[in-house]
Design a binder for this molecule. Structure first.
Ligand SMILES: C[S@@+](CC[C@H](N)C(=O)[O-])C[C@H]1O[C@@H](n2cnc3c(N)ncnc32)[C@H](O)[C@@H]1O
Length: 216
């Protein structure tokens, strides 16, 4: 049985993701996603969990910086540990607390608050977090505003299958539909594609789907 309590312990969440093959299947999928590697770029991973998505894209890039944010500092700790295990240089990655309701408002772990400037990032990643916003549509628009022209938004979103909907219900995850997300992304000047994950990406294909938007 899935338990929302998993979120209370980031290390249990990370272990769960690894032992049951979620992390490996997500990474297999990320390798196949058509996101060009960055050089001298900047990545934001909002609602980073144990850090998998942002760290993957950071490792695929050169001289690029990653800002990983989450509502829960214990997840930031898990993300830092993952980055260390993977040999990522400390100066390439920073972390901060941010609520997906206002993803451009960040607080460092020592309590310094700052705002992210528009058009700062070349890649914004999110995964199964938008539905925790008090206003998912506005959060998505804010994330697009943080993207530099030509930048990508990658959303490894909960899918709309019966199982996906069941997991959303268990985790009190109330997102807008994929169709609404696509409409917002187009309205914000992005080209959008959706990739349905095939069985090659089991088990994450059971609950996730990918939206990739390029800011024109
Ligand atoms: C399902 S996990 C997804 C983690 C990662 N993005 C992924 O795709 O594997 C959801 C994450 O969102 C975080 N979260 C929950 N509510 C949030 C909020 N209001 N703002 C930001 N992050 C939140 C949780 O702490 C957790 O790390």
């Amino acid at each position: 049985m899935l338990s929302p309590k998993l979120y209370k312990n980031s290390h249990a969440y990370d272990l769960f993701m690894r032992v049951f093959g979620f992390e490996a299947s997500v990474e297999r999928f990320l390798r196949s996603a058509n996101i060009p590697p960055l050089e001298n770029g900047s990545i934001l991973d909002n609602g980073c969990g144990s850090g998998t998505i942002g760290i993957h894209f950071l490792q695929a890039s050169k001289q690029t910086r990653l800002l990983s944010t989450d509502l829960e500092p214990n997840f930031l700790d898990a993300a830092i540990k993952k980055a260390k295990r993977r040999g990522i240089e400390e100066e390439s990655m920073s972390v901060g607390v941010a609520n997906i309701t206002a993803p451009d408002q960040v607080e460092t772990l020592d309590g310094q608050k700052y705002s992210l400037a528009p058009e700062t990032f070349n890649l914004v990643c999110i995964g199964a977090v938008l539905g925790y916003s008090q206003d998912p549509a506005e959060s998505l628009r804010t994330l697009i505003r943080l993207l530099a022209p030509g930048g990508f938004l990658f959303n490894l979103e909960m899918c709309e299958t019966a199982l996906g909907k069941y997991v959303c219900q268990r985790y009190h995850y109330n997102n807008i539909s994929v169709a609404e997300m696509k409409a917002i992304l187009s309205d914000e000047g992005c080209s959008v594609s959706q990739i349905t994950m095939s069985l090659r990406y089991f088990p994450s294909c059971m609950t996730r789907t990918a939206l990739i938007a390029k800011k024109l």
